[in-house]
Design a protein around this ligand. Structure first.
Ligand SMILES: [Cu+2]
Length: 153
């Protein structure tokens, strides 16, 4: 059933021209044993003005968008209600900045696995679209090593 809906959505997207939302370079960093949360990074571009309003993953109890700022050498993460996607402009959820946090991982993220993720996109006309993403898990040493996550939940 879910597949039928997905195929219908894809056919519609093809008829409409091209998919309006494109995700690329999605990846997650492998987690250390005992680490309860993980971060996912990706690049996303929407042809029309939109916002990411929700994220979800079957790999974790919950998922959220976070922003990260450095304040006097202290790293602070804040949950984002929504992430704006200006029309035609690539937005990066990257290490060192905004990211998607998986909280309460059901099992550790292992290099070579992939993490399924659903992004809920809302366009300016209030119409919503779900975008399925499969983030590749890369070794712990990938990306910016100084980006450590300390979540106390
Ligand atoms: Cu975070």
């Amino acid at each position: 059933m879910r597949h039928a809906i997905l195929i219908a959505a894809l056919l519609f997207a093809t008829q409409a021209g091209a998919s309006e939302v494109t995700v690329s370079e999605s990846w997650a960093r492998a987690t250390a044993p005992g680490q309860g949360s993980g971060a996912v990074y990706l690049r996303i571009i929407s042809q029309r003005e939109a916002r990411i309003v929700a994220v979800a993953s079957p790999a974790a109890d919950s998922a959220a968008m976070h922003s990260m700022t450095h304040d006097n050498g202290m790293m602070k993460m804040r949950e984002l209600e929504a992430l704006p996607l200006p029309a035609g402009q690539e937005v990066e959820l990257g290490s060192g900045g905004n990211h998607i946090m998986l909280i309460g991982l059901k099992r550790p993220l292992k290099a070579g696995d992939s993490v399924p993720l659903t992004l809920t996109i809302q366009f300016a006309d209030k119409r919503k679209e779900k975008v399925e993403v499969k983030a590749q898990v890369k070794p712990l040493t990938a990306g910016n090593n100084s980006h450590e996550h300390h979540h106390d939940h």
